[in-house]
Design a binder for this molecule. Structure first.
Ligand SMILES: CC(C)(COP(=O)(O)OP(=O)(O)OC[C@H]1O[C@@H](n2cnc3c(N)ncnc32)[C@H](O)[C@@H]1OP(=O)(O)O)[C@@H](O)C(=O)NCCC(=O)NCCS
Length: 191
């Protein structure tokens, strides 16, 4: 997910919105089925470590140039590291996985929100060389669990159509109860 200019009125129902960052018109509906607090993670912290990965919950040790490289590697536009830093400072919850051997980030996800009712998940990425081994699921499970632990049950995200199948088993659904998300569009406003 990439950050887009959006306006969402509150309170939102427990729902989520999916959108293609590269194709703003290809917005899909939202939906969120919330995981329970008893969720077991598919890979434990210990298993991650035994596989050579370390989990972080703050960006104090995160090299933002390296993170940017992961964004670029998955097709996100390269962003100003200073702006990334500001975005992370305004991020309520984040998780990233470091490959201990290279000391580089290989998986990342973050959530912004009001800290009480609503959160939106952004920038879910796994370095292409490390995809398909459960790291995306590992960061998402933990991010959602952290939000739920804070009492935040309205968790939303934008998804490219090709990734919807990744989010569904994590508890997210499209267009719950027919609810449709809307995203501000300068193009639309000019009409
Ligand atoms: C989407 C992404 C985060 C998934 O991370 P990952 O580490 O490769 O995924 P995992 O290995 O944790 O996969 C977890 C499960 O989701 C499935 N899955 C992964 N990507 C999927 C996809 N695109 N569609 C459907 N299922 C998918 C896996 O098969 C696996 O299933 P299992 O639990 O039954 O074995 C990663 O592919 C990525 O960074 N993609 C590019 C950036 C991107 O599109 N981000 C999302 C923007 S909306």
């Amino acid at each position: 997910m990439l950050l887009h200019s959006i306006t969402i009125s509150t309170p939102l129902p427990p729902s989520i919105r999916f959108k293609s960052p590269n194709s703003p018109k290809k917005t899909l509906k939202i939906s969120a089925q919330i995981l329970t607090n008893t969720t077991k993670f598919s890979i434990s912290d210990q298993d991650l470590e035994s596989r050579g990965f370390n989990l972080h919950k703050s960006f104090s040790e995160l090299n933002l140039d390296h993170l940017n490289s992961v964004f670029v590697a998955v097709g996100f536009p390269k962003r100003d590291p200073e702006k990334i830093r500001i975005a992370l400072e305004h991020t309520d919850s984040l998780l990233w996985i470091e490959h201990l051997k290279t000391k580089k980030p290989v998986a990342f996800a973050r959530a912004t929100g009001d800290g009480v009712f609503n959160a939106i998940i952004w920038d879910v990425v796994v370095d292409p060389s490390y995809q398909g081994i459960g790291l995306g699921k590992a960061v998402m499970e933990r991010l959602v669990e952290e939000l739920l632990q804070k009492g935040i049950s309205n968790i939303a995200l934008y998804s490219e159509p090709r990734v919807i199948g990744f989010y569904r088993p994590l508890g997210f659904a499209a267009d719950p109860d027919g609810i449709r998300g809307m995203v501000y569009s300068r193009k639309q406003k000019r009409k």
